[in-house]
Design a protein around this ligand. Structure first.
Ligand code: NAD
Length: 280
């Protein structure tokens, strides 16, 4: 009761992050005093090279944990004492728990996506999903999609080598040779049951559609990662076509739900966090 919890987010260009608000408000409902500090490398002129200093400081100042985002999710790994299986498989950490002076790396991005996705589309047909974008978000989602039971995952990226490398890595880790790299989006969508969008296209600063409009068919479910704005051009089009959709808010909320539980040991009310997020 009346526990005090210090948390932070290390990354670049994070001033619009909604995570502080989500974590602080949920904590208040549990009678905790939680302060969530933005540690923005852009504002301090810092870089990933400052991670050892920042991690040491957080430990010395009694932080319970840190979220980690661009450009530090891989760079943080050598500085940690332990990794969860999921973070190790993904080769990326978005949540560091500090316990008894030890730094333990987790990844709640993939499980957060899965949480949002299953909440929005509980009975989605998982036979064949097309994943656009094999960067940080795309890779986390790809792992989670295979863990969730997607039978075939067709991966595309403007950098085809990136899609191929991710598919090879997934096939090394998960059974069934279910992942493959593709270059032609029309061919990949032929026979697919769903589309997962994980490129930055459609963000406020990068408006537009990530694929030709005519490829968005009514029988596809569409899962979006972009959440500034929540209603992207892709989701608007998918909605018009009659597709079932899951927006980028689901993943943003899902990663926060997972992180809250890891940081505090308390199970948060996911529905309440989601409601709060959508009101922000
Ligand atoms: P990233 O730069 O690591 O990866 C993006 C990838 O998309 C790159 O590999 C790039 O080559 C590829 N790409 C770009 N345009 C493409 C196109 N038209 N077709 C195919 N591939 C294309 O970026 P990221 O960190 O993965 O972030 C991607 C988006 O996801 C951003 O908008 C980010 O804000 C969002 N995101 C959302 C959440 C959430 O919680 N909802 C979490 C993480 C990231």
């Amino acid at each position: 009761p009346n526990r005090k919890v210090l948390l932070g987010l290390i990354g670049s260009g994070i001033q619009r992050s909604l995570t502080p608000a989500m974590q602080e408000q949920e904590a208040a409902h549990h009678g905790m005093r939680l302060h969530y500090q933005l540690i923005d490398l852009d504002l301090s002129g810092g870089s990933a090279e400052d991670l050892p200093l920042l991690l040491k400081a957080a430990r010395m100042m009694g932080y319970a944990g840190l979220n980690i985002t661009y450009p530090c999710k891989q760079a943080v790994i050598p500085h940690l004492d332990e990794l969860s299986d999921e973070a190790r498989a993904m080769g990326a950490v978005n949540t560091v728990v500090i316990r008894d002076g030890r730094l333990i790396g987790h990844n709640t991005d993939g499980s957060g996506w899965a949480r949002g996705f299953t909440r929005a589309l509980p009975d989605a047909d998982l036979r064949c999903a097309v994943l656009l974008g094999a960067g940080g978000a795309g890779a986390a989602i790809a792992h989670a999609a295979l863990r969730l039971g997607v039978q075939s995952l067709r991966i595309l990226d403007v950098d085809p080598a990136r899609a191929q490398a991710l598919a090879a890595e997934l096939n090394r880790l998960y059974d069934g040779e279910r992942a493959s790299g593709w270059t032609d989006v029309a061919a990949a969508l032929d026979g697919a049951t769903g589309l997962i969008h994980a490129t930055p296209t459609g963000m406020d600063k990068l408006p537009g559609l990530p694929l030709p409009a005519e490829l968005v068919r009514a029988d596809l479910w569409v899962s979006e990662v972009v959440y500034f704005p929540l209603e992207t051009a892709l989701l608007r089009l998918a909605r018009e076509r009659g597709c079932r959709i899951s927006d980028g808010g689901g993943m943003a909320v899902g990663q926060a739900v997972g992180a809250f539980e890891l940081f505090t040991g308390v199970t948060p009310d996911a529905g309440r966090i989601e409601q709060h997020f959508r009101a922000l």
